[in-house]
Design a protein around this ligand. Structure first.
Ligand SMILES: [Zn+2]
Length: 189
């Protein structure tokens, strides 16, 4: 019992020390110089989420099932499609950046988005070379190109060739697997 009490006391002292050090660091930090951040959105349940780490992820489906909300898991890992005109971003023209909601990978800019009447958020170009990858999809007796995240391999939607010029591409995405950060967000300054 004595040992337990001692170790508890030592842990308490160590914690107090760490808190005081952290507080000191925060005091000396100039917020205007703070540009590199690990995660823009608050996803405490998801340890794989990062807006800055581009390392490819190889995570088992059962682990994704544990850390993602159910509807996000069903689209990202099971390839399901949200109903049209129901998602958050299908008719949004707000300026900002779209990340992969399960892993935080940079996917699209609002400058690459266009107003489509299909009921899903639609883009004519991806944000970066490693943003997305493609897979042939033969499901439902259709020949389609599946779009998956370049970092976590999660399903995002499909690619069609009926988009606007000059790319003529239409990345037809599911809102539930997109994480939008507006340009005006104080965190991104
Ligand atoms: Zn991802």
């Amino acid at each position: 019992m004595l040992i337990l009490n001692r170790s508890t006391l030592l842990s308490g002292l160590l914690l107090a020390f760490l808190v005081s050090i952290t507080a000191a660091c925060v005091q000396f930090q100039n917020p205007k110089k703070k540009t590199a951040i690990n995660s823009i959105t608050n996803q405490p349940m998801n340890p794989y989420y990062s807006n800055t780490d581009t390392t490819k992820l190889f995570v088992l489906d059962e682990e994704w099932k544990r850390v993602l909300p159910q509807t996000m898991y069903e689209v990202s890992r099971l390839g399901q499609t949200e109903r049209p005109f129901t998602g958050k971003y299908w008719d949004s023209d707000e300026k900002g950046t779209y990340y992969c909601a399960p892993c935080g990978n940079l996917l699209f800019r609002s400058t690459g988005k266009f107003a489509s009447s299909c009921g899903w958020p639609s883009f004519f170009e991806q944000a970066g070379d490693s943003s997305v990858r493609y897979k042939k999809d033969h499901s439902y007796n259709m020949e389609r190109i599946e779009v998956i995240c370049g970092r976590c391999n999660g399903h995002l939607g499909h690619l069609f060739d009926d988009g606007p010029a000059p790319s003529h591409k239409r990345f037809c995405m599911n809102s539930v697997v997109l994480d939008f950060v507006p340009d005006k967000s104080p965190i991104t300054k």
